[in-house]
Design a protein around this ligand. Structure first.
Ligand SMILES: [Zn+2]
Length: 273
């Protein structure tokens, strides 16, 4: 496998937390994304009740029946090299990724009713995918912490045998990528390339889905370029009481439309109005 997403190790660790059935589907999806050389970061899978309560209180999430709580959902962002591209949800690679997910039975948060358009959705959660077909909370956790990428290897069958004896030609041979470490293996630390945020493309297609009011700050809330308190750069300030249009949310953050671009305000500092 020549291509691997920059965040492959982190992706596998996060996938390893999913429920067994969901994990199987997500691993198949992920393997196909790798084949298509789609550089993604799966930044969130399972979520605690406390985290979800905060998301619902802030309006970032709509339900306490989140599929994240039961290990049947994940959130993903497209990357440009090591840089998370939070404006990448309309990019060809992400559209391809959505198609792979749908083909494997996952529901996308940008098209809940799976009718091929986001226009009729009232709440768009672009990074979100979930496995709803098995029912809510029906997954098991026997393989928690373990994820193995399916690696199809073609096994030649030379002798013609009766159909019942013919072995499948494609047999997944898997090598565990992530498993609970019994012996720590000393490995040189990978060189961390500091992601340098690129100037964001003009996103005239950002759709407003609501408005937040800035709260819980003494003066103003910081507007960040990415939804991360450690990796973001400050883009601007939103004074307390001011209102900002939003285009959606990602875990813990509102996606605000600021100067025509998509930026982020921590959910603690905004309330849907
Ligand atoms: Zn989600």
């Amino acid at each position: 496998m020549a291509f691997l997403p920059v965040y492959h190790e982190r992706n596998m660790k996060n996938i390893a937390q999913l429920g067994d059935k969901t994990k199987k589907v997500v691993l198949a999806v992920y393997a196909e994304a790798i084949k298509e050389e789609i550089n993604i970061l799966i930044y969130s899978t399972i979520r605690t009740i406390e985290e979800q309560k905060r998301n619902v209180a802030s309006g970032a999430s709509k339900t306490m029946r989140s599929y994240h709580l039961v290990g049947q959902a994940f959130d993903v962002v497209l990357c440009d090299g090591p840089v998370d591209n939070w404006n990448g949800y309309g990019k060809p690679d992400f559209i391809k990724f959505i198609a792979i997910c749908k083909k494997n039975g996952l529901t996308w948060g940008g098209d809940w009713n799976n009718n091929g358009t986001s226009r009729d959705e009232t709440f768009i959660d672009s990074p979100h995918f979930q496995l709803g077909s098995i029912g809510y909370g029906n997954d098991s956790f026997e393989t928690k912490g373990i994820a193995e990428l399916p690696k199809p290897v073609v096994v030649k069958v030379d002798v013609v045998k009766p159909a019942s004896e013919v072995k499948p030609t494609v047999k997944p041979i898997s090598k565990p990528i992530v498993k609970p470490a019994t012996k720590p293996i000393v490995k040189p630390k990978p060189v961390v390339v500091k992601p340098k945020p690129k100037p964001k493309p003009k996103a005239e297609s950002i759709k407003k889905i609501g408005t937040i009011k800035i709260i819980n700050v003494s003066n103003a809330a910081i507007i960040c370029d990415v939804p991360s308190s450690t990796k973001s750069q400050n883009i601007g300030l939103a004074p307390i009481g001011s209102r900002l249009p939003i285009s959606g949310s990602v875990s813990g953050w509102f996606e605000v439309i600021y100067k025509g671009k998509r930026d982020y305000v921590n959910e603690k500092y905004g309330r849907l109005v």
